[in-house]
Every structure is written in structure tokens, then in C-alpha cells.
Write a protein that binds this ligand. Structure first.
Ligand code: PAF
Length: 281
């Protein structure tokens, strides 16, 4: 495993590999968990070499306290990556390597995808994601890039990004990895207390209940049910619950047999924000 901290040397190393190798890419913000490892293993199975970037991107945080407290565990991440079988290249840059003189974003038009859910609640978030993913794609030039479905809206936006930027990269979405209690794996879980970790399973349990009741219950009643479940929980605060069309991500008011729907939740355990989602039909 080789670690690069500067894009120029990474680009040079990859320019040799590119001639013969299929390159997979897994962009991360570090604090790696089994969910990330599953993406990297899939990428290793499907490619000759895999680039993993570890970079906490400042421009996708709308809250400076969240950025400051985001877990940074580079040494542990590297030890985990060293255990993998296969050719892994790590890109671990400083902010200045990616943003040079100006920590600023490109304003994208994601055709409405960014106006829903996370976009509504985290101002500028998806311009930050689009900006950094575009920069990383142009450095790594992968054949295939892998993203987890926990950030389902991000996955749809990255698919849109490659078409806007006209990049010849296949985007692969991978299923959510869960803790034994059902909580979706997230780097932010590292910040939960034992009690919060236990109570946060309300997110998964509620999504499962919504899925079970989806065919027999109206969307208005499901919205009310979820609000009630969270009201009864003393630890977890619901930020939003949405049943949305999987393709457009627009909030669904009523069901249409021809459409696919997903339920999405964002909730806080204290100041720690967690998200999750589940396909419904
Ligand atoms: O999902 C993430 O970890 C980040 O949003 C990503 C894609 C690495 C961009 O910073």
C-alpha cells in the first residue's frame, strides 16, 4: 500500500497504471468502518487497483462545530487498509492540496435533486460535495467509483455530477452496512455515547415499520406515525422524515403504482446528526 499526500505525485503514479489497469475509486472522509471496507473490497474485486481518498472536506459542512468534531483517525484508517488483500493506493491530502488558494465551491444545478431533504437542511452541502468529488475524479480518473447508499441523495447527485461534468466514470451504489442493532454504519457513530448508540436504533426500527406498513397505510398516516414514534423517544430528535420518489427525490404525497419510493430520516442524538433510508416497494 502506498500513501500519497500530494496530487501531483499521485497523478504521476496513476498515469503509469492507467495504461494497463482498471482503476476503482472509493472517496471517503476517513474514520473508516466496515461499510467503507465493504466498498473497498468490492472495488478490489472489480478492478486492478483501488484508490481510497481520505479527506474531511470543509466545504460540505454547513456547521463549523460539526467540521471541527468530525472524527479524524488517519493512523487507524491506514492500519485497516493495510490488512486488505490487493493493490490499494491511499490519497491523504491537506486542504491546500485540493483547494490551493481558495476554499470555495462551484455552484451546480443538479436539476432539483439538491433542493430536497439534505439540501433543504444543510445549506450549500451538495455544492461542496460536487466540488470535491469533481476535483477528486479529475485527479484519480477512475474507471469506476463506489458510493454507499446510506447517503442515497449524495449517490444520485454524484450520478448527475458525472453527466454535468461529462466524465467517463461508472458510479456504483452499494448497500447500507448496519451495526448488529440495525443502526446504519457511519463515521459519526464513533461520537455516540453507549445510551445514544442504543436509542439511535429508533431510526432503523421506524424505517422498518414504515416499510412493513407501506402497502396498507397512507403516506399522511405514515408521516404521523413516525412523528409519534420520535415524540415518545427522550433521546432522539427527528429533523425530517420523508417518503420520496427514488428517482426524483421529490416528497411523495400519495402513492403511484408505477413509482419506486424510499423512506428517509435525519435525526439528532444530542448534537450528532444521523441519516438513514430504506427502499419501500
Ligand atoms: O460520503 C462522504 O464521505 C463524502 O461526502 C465524500 C463523498 C467523500 C465527499 O467528501
Amino acid at each position: 500500500m502506498v500513501i500519497y499526500t500530494q496530487k501531483e505525485t499521485l497523478i504521476q503514479a496513476l498515469s503509469f497504471a492507467k495504461k494497463k489497469d482498471k482503476i476503482g475509486f472509493v472517496p471517503t472522509m476517513g474514520a473508516l468502518h466496515e461499510g467503507h471496507i465493504s466498498l473497498i473490497k468490492k472495488a478490489l474485486e472489480e478492478n486492478d487497483l483501488v484508490v481510497v481518498s481520505i479527506f474531511v472536506n470543509p466545504t460540505q459542512f454547513d456547521n463549523s462545530a460539526d467540521l471541527k468534531k468530525y472524527p479524524r483517525t488517519a493512523d487507524d484508517d491506514i492500519s485497516l487498509l493495510k490488512k486488505l488483500k490487493g493493490e490499494v493506493i491511499v490519497y491523504l491530502p491537506e486542504v491546500s492540496d485540493l483547494y490551493e488558494d481558495s476554499v470555495s465551491v462551484k455552484n451546480y444545478n443538479f436539476g432539483g435533486l439538491a433542493n430536497e431533504m439534505e439540501g433543504k437542511h444543510r445549506s450549500g452541502h451538495f455544492d461542496g460535495v460536487g466540488t470535491i468529488v469533481n476535483k477528486l475524479f479529475r485527479i484519480v480518473k477512475p474507471n469506476v467509483a463506489y458510493f454507499g447508499e446510506k447517503d442515497f441523495q449524495q449517490l444520485q447527485i454524484v450520478k448527475k455530477l458525472v453527466s454535468i461534468e461529462n466524465l467517463p466514470i461508472k458510479i456504483v451504489g452499494c448497500p447500507i452496512f448496519r451495526e448488529l442493532n440495525g443502526l446504519a454504519m457511519s463515521s459519526r457513530n464513533k461520537r455516540l455515547t453507549a445510551k445514544q448508540f442504543e436509542e439511535a436504533t429508533i431510526i432503523y426500527k421506524t424505517l422498518k415499520e414504515v416499510k412493513e406498513k407501506f402497502s396498507s397505510t397512507s403516506i399522511a398516516d405514515l408521516n404521523a406515525l413516525v412523528a409519534e414514534r420520535f415524540l415518545q423517544n427522550p433521546i432522539m430528535n427527528l429533523e425530517y422524515f420523508e417518503i420520496a420518489n427514488e428517482k426524483t427525490l421529490k416528497t411523495a404525497k400519495r402513492k403511484n403504482k408505477a413509482s419506486k419510493y424510499r423512506a428517509f430520516i435525519a435525526a439528532f442524538a444530542g448534537e450528532i446528526r444521523l441519516i438513514d433510508n430504506m427502499p419501500l416497494n
